[in-house]
Design a protein around this ligand. Structure first.
Ligand code: BEZ
Length: 240
């Protein structure tokens, strides 16, 4: 992630990011004694959940603020600042886990190369990220209001992402793209979401308010906003 996020605000208003990630840990099936990397660990909540299995977990994140917060939250775990598209580990791991972060990294080849380099032969990569069509209604409303702005995100299709991983030596075990409407609480929930995650597309409060007004009838329900998230989940084995 290149965006400097406010770690406290992230945990207070956007905790659904790691709450949803818990079901991805069920797919990771961490085992006691395994070495696991949490790629894009944010404030460390899922790293700590993985550690409950008895696995030896380490988290990396590009944001020094998030890494500092993760260290404060979980002082017994190891966290470091590193770039998901260009990192090297001293010792190979059995699994790389990544939840809701790789859509921020446009250099997907760099990510795949770094992950392949970090895994032992036969190791697994378990990833969830925004997939093709993610938050499309929000993006369309932003563009209606702000003009044809580019997004800071990479939301690949199943075909695009699995082909890319195969080119880097991964064998695909599971790949799925599904709708997961995601609730952001509060009357100001969408404006808060836009300010936290889409600042580069909408610079002013007034523009964010216009987008919220445009989407209210479609997305605002009983005190919160239901955003049109679509998740891409992929589980692979690395054959090198
Ligand atoms: C997501 O998790 O899908 C997401 C989060 C922030 C901005 C865009 C997408």
């Amino acid at each position: 992630m290149s965006t400097a996020w406010d770690a406290a605000r992230y945990q207070a208003r956007h905790s659904y990011v790691f709450a949803y990630g818990e079901s991805l840990i069920d797919m990771l099936k961490p085992q006691a004694g395994e070495r696991i990397l949490d790629l894009g660990c944010g404030s460390g909540q899922l790293t700590a959940k993985i550690a409950e299995s008895g696995a030896q977990v380490m988290g990396i994140d590009q944001s020094p603020e998030m890494v500092a917060e993760a260290r404060r939250n979980f002082p017994l775990l190891k966290f470091d600042v590193a770039d998901a598209a260009n990192f090297k580990l001293d010792t190979k791991v059995d699994a790389v886990f990544s939840n809701a972060v790789l859509h921020w990294v446009k250099d997907a080849d760099g990510v795949a190369e770094s992950v392949a380099g970090a895994l032992r032969s036969g190791g697994r990569f378990v990833v969830e990220m925004g997939g093709k069509g993610n938050t499309q209604a929000v993006i369309d409303a932003i563009r209606d209001i702000a003009g044809p702005v580019g997004t800071p995100w990479y939301f690949p299709s199943v075909g695009e992402y699995t082909s890319l991983l195969e080119r880097h030596g991964f064998e695909i075990a599971v790949a799925t793209l599904f709708d997961r409407p995601t609730r952001v609480e509060g009357e100001d929930g969408l404006e808060e979401w836009l300010s936290m995650f889409a600042g580069s597309m909408l610079e002013t409060k007034e523009l964010r308010r216009e987008v919220a007004d445009r989407l209210r009838s479609k997305m605002f329900r009983e005190g919160g906003w239901v955003l049109d998230y679509r998740r891409l989940r992929v589980i692979t084995k690395c054959n090198h």
